[in-house]
Structure formats: C-alpha cells, structure tokens
Design a protein around this ligand. Structure first.
Ligand SMILES: Nc1ncnc2c1ncn2[C@@H]1O[C@H](COP(=O)(O)OP(=O)(O)OP(=O)(O)O)[C@@H](O)[C@H]1O
Ligand SMILES: [Mg+2]
Length: 471
C-alpha cells in the first residue's frame, strides 16, 4: 500500500491544518498536542473513538490522527464508522510493531496512511501534512470563494434609483440562465461589477470567472489566447495552450471591451458561438463550449453595426439579454448613497475614523458631471479619505474642477425658461401671492403674468400663493 503521494498546491491564505488526535494514553496526547501546536497546527485531542466522532460531527478537520488499539471500538471501529457515515477526512493510523500485518490486511479497503510506533515526530508531521493537503486546499478554496461571493454579490452594487433597480432585476433574471449577456454602459458605470454579480449569484458560481480584456491583447495573439493552440501551431507556440474558453469551462467567460474586436476575430468568435465548439489553433480536434458568455463594452455597438464595424450576427448572438448601465448623471439620486458607501469603505480600509461630507459638499458632487462615472467618484472619495486630515469635508475640500464645474452649472447652465419660472416664483413669494404687485415688480401686466404662470406650470393653488390676496 502506498503511503501517500505528495501534492503541491499554492495556498494563498495558509489556513492552519485542523488536526484531531485520538489516543487513550493522555501522555501521548500531550506530546502530540504540544508538538503539532508548536508547528502551527490547529489541534484537538480526545481519548477515544466515540469522542472523536462527536468532534467530527461538530466541526470540519483536515486530518484525523488516531491510535489503533484503544478501549471501546478502537481505531478500526472508528474507521468503519467514518466510512459508514461517508465522512471523508483523511486518516493517519498509529500502529505498534507486530500489529502492522493485520492492520494492512484490515485496512485494504480504506484509503489512509499509517505509521509504525515508535516514530520520529518530524516524520509523522510530514505524513500528516501530506494527508491533509487536499482537504486543507479544499477548505481554503471554499473560504476564498465565500469571500469572493461576499465581495461580488448584489450587496456591493449600490443604487436605489429606478434605473439601478431595473439592473438588479435583470441580474436576478439572467443569473441562472445560460444565455449570453451583453452589458453596455459608459466607462466606470460598473460593467465588470455587474458581470461578476451575475456570475457569483447564479448557478455558475462554483465554476471559474475568467475575464479577458479583448482590447489589451494584440489581435495576432487573441485567437490562440481564447481558443488555445497546440504545440508548434505557429512560431513561438512552444507548448500547448488550453485557451480561455477551456479555462472558463463550467463557469463564465467575461469578454470585456468586446467592441474592440477586429473583424477577423469577430468572425471566428461568431463561429464558436454558433457551433458551440472550439478548435484550438493548429489542432484537428474540437471541444464543446461549456462556458456562459458575458460580454461588455462602453461603445455604442448598435451604431458600430450600422457603421459596418461590428458584425450584426455576432451582436445578436451576444446580446441575447442586454443590460444597459445608466451613467451617474442619469441617476443623480444615487450619488449621496455612493458617497456614503465609499466613505465608509475607505475609512474602514484605512483604519480611520468615519469621515463625513457636509450637505453642501454632497450637493456640489451631485451637480458635477462625472465623466468617469462611479469610478471617478470612487477615486475622489478615496483620495479625500486617505489624504485629508479633516473629519468633516466641506465644499472647499473638493478638487477644484468639481467645485468650479458646479458653479459653472449654476451660473450658466440653467435654461431661460427655468430661470424665468424661478424668478416669478420668488417675486410671488415676496408679494405673498399678490399678482398685481408681482406684475408691477416684474414690469409686465397682470394678464401676461397669468399667461406666463400657466405656461410655466406655476398654478396658484399650491399654497405659496395666497388666494385671499389674489390681486
Ligand atoms: N453601483 C455601484 N456600486 C458600487 N460601486 C460601483 C458601482 N458601479 C461601479 N462601481 C465601482 O466603480 C469602479 C468601476 O467599475 P467597473 O470596473 O465595473 O466599471 P466598467 O463599467 O467596467 O468601466 P470601464 O468601461 O472603464 O471598464 C469599480 O471600483 C466598481 O467597484
Ligand atoms: Mg470594465
């Protein structure tokens, strides 16, 4: 029987190995507890198989290190229980000399490891480490995935506006469907965020999410990058490459900046989507596509289609379900919410006291035209949170361009009709709704004032204008 094979993984988080030690000799438990704890393991010890089962029921262990001969059901009984209950924790059995043969015989059906007593502690450690490797990596991956899910679920997409509520409804609708999704929207509106939300909230969440920035890869490489290639397919193809379609199998392939694809790659992508098979460059074998496709672009693809720069047939293949993200200007009411969200996020990340923006500062930010949309707003809030020593941030603390722009908007960009309406309202308020006095101040006659009020929607039944003083 092979003891164990060595598996090398890159463990991103270095989660401690959780080890359960079972031995009826308390002295042995103490030695093992101390040694493994010192070596960075997370150790629990118990004195019999029954207690071990209880522990295993209560929490997840990466490895079970057990003595064979113990009162009660003993090591072998424990092993049988594990198998009956389909608990697949790796087991390392400690056996005294002389019992090895019978142990080997009895253990043939189960996959586990054993060490002969007496043993050297560092050798035992190596065996335990190897036995735990797979389950520890599995546990780490689960943890990582859970964190990813938390980071990318809906909860991170902020917006109460009608436009964003529509986006949420779409995400929920498409998450479990295999159809292609096309996300459009200006730069920084959250296209990638939404793509991740679709992936991590839907039925493909346990598969990989593979993003490809189509504009960042030279056209000559894109084909082999996406579809893979065989060794020697072209100069420089020193090894076989799986390709991103293959890598995304069972998950999502996110084709970002799809509007930048050249005509030739568009044609190849279309064929893949139509035939649902991929043939790596230089290969005569194809494999089926088993990835859901989400594409995104900040270009107006329909216009590109009209201009002949984007294939119409490919557009229809990709845009089975279109999601259009609004600019920040289209959802101004979300701006205060986003400011609060980012302020909290960056204050927390920086370990600083929660900063605040004054109402005035928030108003100025609502006026500003965010060309870079949420990304620009996010970056600005981050800079202020990180760099400003103040706890309360006011208009003066905002970058000049934001302040000036808001001023410019107020001074020049209100339409004449709006200005006229505002002004008439002000005068009417001053005269307490008395139109005769108001028309004198305005230098127009009363009939003209009535006409204007009607045209501008300044009906005089809104309380501001007192009916008793109607002149
Ligand atoms: N609704 C939102 N709520 C919270 N954060 C958001 C929202 N939309 C975008 N963001 C944040 O703004 C930044 C830009 O978002 P993202 O990268 O998804 O934009 P994009 O549309 O893909 O931009 P580009 O076209 O430039 O690639 C990210 O940090 C993202 O987390
Ligand atoms: Mg993007």
């Amino acid at each position: 029987m092979a003891f164990c094979h060595i598996i090398v993984y890159n463990c991103p988080m270095d989660v401690a190995i959780k080890l359960l030690v079972v031995d009826d000799e308390q002295e042995m438990c103490n030695i093992l507890q101390e040694y493994f704890t010192d070596s960075g393991f997370d150790v629990v010890t118990v004195n019999n198989a029954e207690q071990a089962i209880k522990q295993l029921d209560a929490s997840e262990f990466d490895c079970l290190l057990t003595d064979m001969r113990m009162p009660g059901i003993g090591g072998m009984g424990l092993l049988k229980q594990l198998r009956d209950r389909k608990m697949n924790v790796p087991v390392v059995m400690m056996t005294a000399f002389g019992t090895v043969d019978s142990a080997v015989e009895a253990m043939k059906s189960g996959a586990f490891h054993f060490v002969k007593k007496p043993f050297k502690l560092n050798e035992l450690k190596t065996i335990v480490e190897q036995a735990s490797e797979v389950s520890r990596v599995r546990r780490e991956n689960r943890l990582l995935r859970r964190q990813l899910q938390e980071r990318h679920s809906f909860a991170n997409i902020i917006g109460k506006s009608k436009a964003m509520q529509d986006v949420f409804a779409r995400i929920a609708m498409v998450a479990d469907s295999p159809s292609s999704v096309l996300i459009t929207g200006a730069s920084g509106t959250g296209k990638e965020l939404v793509a991740r939300a679709i992936h991590f909230s839907g039925r493909f969440k346990d598969g990989p999410f593979v993003p490809v920035n189509c504009s960042a890869i030279p056209d000559t490489l894109l084909e082999s990058e996406l579809f893979g290639h065989v060794k020697g397919a072209f100069t420089g193809a020193h090894a076989t490459r799986r390709g991103l379609f293959k890598e995304a199998e069972g998950g999502t392939l996110f084709l970002d900046e799809i509007g930048d694809l050249t005509m030739s790659v568009q044609a190849k992508l279309l064929r893949v989507l139509q035939e649902k098979v991929v043939r790596p460059v230089g290969s005569d074998k194809s494999f089926p596509v088993k990835a859901r496709i989400i594409a995104a672009t900040n270009q107006d693809l329909e216009e590109a289609v009209r201009q002949g720069q984007f294939r119409q047939d490919l557009y229809y293949r990709l845009a089975v379900i279109p999601i259009r993200l609004p600019t920040l200007g289209e959802r101004q009411e979300d701006i205060p919410l986003l400011i609060a969200y980012f302020t909290e996020k960056f204050s927390r990340e920086q370990g600083k006291a929660l900063k605040k923006f004054t109402v005035g500062a928030v108003e100025v930010m609502m006026q500003y035209e965010w060309q870079g949309n949420v990304r620009e707003l996010e970056n600005m809030v981050e800079r202020l949170v990180v760099l400003s020593p103040k706890e309360v941030l006011d208009v003066d603390d905002l970058p000049e361009r934001v302040r000036n722009h808001a001023k410019a908007r107020r001074e020049h960009f209100v339409s004449l009709v709006q200005m006229e309406a505002d002004y008439i309202r002000r005068v009417l308020k001053y005269t307490n709704g008395n139109k005769l006095r108001a028309s004198r101040i305005l230098g127009i006659n009363r009939r003209t004032l009535y006409r204007k009020m009607e045209r501008l929607g300044l009906a005089d039944n809104n309380g501001e204008i007192n009916s008793e003083t109607r002149g």
